[in-house]
Design a protein around this ligand. Structure first.
Ligand SMILES: NC(=O)c1ccc[n+]([C@@H]2O[C@H](COP(=O)([O-])OP(=O)(O)OC[C@H]3O[C@@H](n4cnc5c(N)ncnc54)[C@H](O)[C@@H]3O)[C@@H](O)[C@H]2O)c1
Length: 424
């Protein structure tokens, strides 16, 4: 065996497994740092596309990096010094547990190529303890032992859409090494492109830290949502109450809204529940997941129609992005459709829901209630000159629009969480 203490080469052969939103930019950054990088993905079309210079990630600085440092791509890993696994870890809709099938299958593909002295890194978000319970045992089926023959680290990714490269380079990185030497090697590797702080900790600690971060966000959004529901019952305006409460030097309440969305926040907290049976976290998620239904109920009550036809402004889960994963807008649309309501969706950032001004005017004309679900700046700036509200209802789930402008166009306005406006 090459002893575990082998000096880390400056230029390494690296296989990045999973060339999605996280894996592909990581592979390009490693290539720019001078490593020989091979990208691996089971999606043949994606692999062909990358080999032909095509990518669906449309962030400008990434496109420039991709143009200059795109890795060669293949559907199977080759022998390498380092394997970095960045495959998806969705929620299994039935069991509400992490679907580890892609991580397992990636680990098996690495196992077949594992050699003494290799470093294996898992970046995918996983339940606490998954490296120890699932990934390392698969790798060890090769006959090689973690710590003795190969090195292993869990290094979660915390980059954020819109600012992907900046965050990958400048964010603080957590390295959860299987042992001291694994952590040291992973740190040396990340140092080749990371400018932010690098913190070394244990493997399960690193897995848990990643989940704690998104759980923190999720429960704080749920708390804001709960305050909105409470304020409606108390007949007060949650937005004003939060603004005043946040004057307290140690209080920072988030904004309520139509529910949580995106790839991480509604999902990752449940990975923590899975391994610990927490009761608090599921309750928080449940509160936020109830918000799309609550918004519809407000639309029904305030509009005075049993089955109002609704126009949802925004399909993306948050403002000024084109990401619809786990979007509360789409959950709202699905619930309304199940009730038999007529539903329209417009979103200037998503091709499927893009619209002309004429289409906007017709959609408003044809509905009973407009629901602002996503705080895209386009919706705030929209010209209501040709719109005749005629007493139609606007439900603003984010207290985002210029309400005077909508009232001047003939709309009644209901802001979620403002109990002063009555519950209909
Ligand atoms: N996207 C984010 O903003 C973000 C942020 C932090 C962490 N993460 C985590 O990073 C991981 C990857 O996320 P993503 O957004 O890049 O996912 P993605 O869906 O964009 O890409 C994953 C890629 O992995 C490929 N893949 C699946 N199984 C494979 C296998 N066995 N071998 C090789 N390739 C395989 C898929 O074809 C896909 O191209 C997830 O665990 C996610 O939770 C994502």
């Amino acid at each position: 065996m090459q002893p575990a203490e082998t000096i880390l080469k400056v230029t390494m052969d690296i296989s990045v497994i999973g060339l999605g939103y996280i894996g592909l930019p990581t592979a390009c950054l490693l290539a720019r740092a001078g490593h020989r990088v091979m990208g691996v993905d089971v999606n043949e079309r994606l692999v062909d596309g990358i080999n032909n210079g095509a990518t669906s990630i449309d962030e400008q600085d990434f496109l420039e990096l991709f143009r200059q440092h795109r890795p060669a791509a293949a559907t199977k890993p080759a022998e390498s010094d380092v394997f970095i696994i960045c495959v998806p870890t969705p929620l299994d809709g039935t069991s509400k547990a992490c679907d580890m099938s892609a991580v397992r299958s990636a680990a098996y593909s690495v196992k077949g190529k594992l050699r003494t002295g290799n470093l294996v890194i898992l970046e995918s978000t996983v339940p606490a303890g998954a490296s120890k319970a699932t990934v390392i045992p698969i790798l060890e089926e090769s006959g090689l032992k973690a710590g003795r023959d190969f090195h292993y680290a869990y290094c979660p990714e915390r980059a954020f859409p819109e600012s992907l490269l900046n965050e990958m380079v400048n964010n603080c990185r957590i390295i959860g090494g299987f042992d001291e030497e694994s952590g040291r090697r992973a740190e040396t590797l990340y140092r080749s492109f990371v400018k932010g702080e690098i913190i070394r900790t244990g493997m399960t600690e690193a897995e848990t830290v990643k989940l704690m971060e998104n759980t923190y966000r999720a429960v704080n959004i749920a708390l804001a949502d709960e305050f909105a529901l409470i304020s409606e019952k108390l007949g007060i305006d949650v937005w004003e109450a939060i603004r005043i409460a946040n004057k307290h030097p140690r209080v920072g309440i988030l904004k309520p809204g139509p529910g949580i969305g995106g790839h991480c926040i509604p999902i990752d907290p449940l990975f923590l529940v899975e391994s610990t049976e927490s009761q608090f976290i599921p309750l928080a998620i449940e509160i936020s997941e109830s918000m799309p239904g609550h918004v519809l109920e407000q639309a029904r009550l305030v509009s005075g129609k049993d089955a109002p036809s609704i126009l949802i402004l925004g399909a993306a889960y948050k403002g000024n992005v084109n990401d619809i994963r786990e979007s509360p807008s789409l959950k709202m649309a699905a619930i309304a459709q199940q009730k038999g309501w007529r539903v329209g969706i417009l979103d200037p950032h998503i091709q499927k829901y893009a619209y002309s001004m004429e289409e906007f005017l017709n959609a408003v004309k044809g509905c009973d209630c407009v629901i602002l679900a996503t705080d895209h700046s386009e919706f705030r700036e929209i010209d209501l000159g040709g719109v005749q509200g005629n007493g139609k209802l606007l439900v603003d789930t984010r207290n985002f629009l210029d309400h005077k402008k909508w009232e001047a166009a003939g709309f009644r306005v209901k802001v979620i969480g403002n109990g002063r406006q009555g519950r209909g």
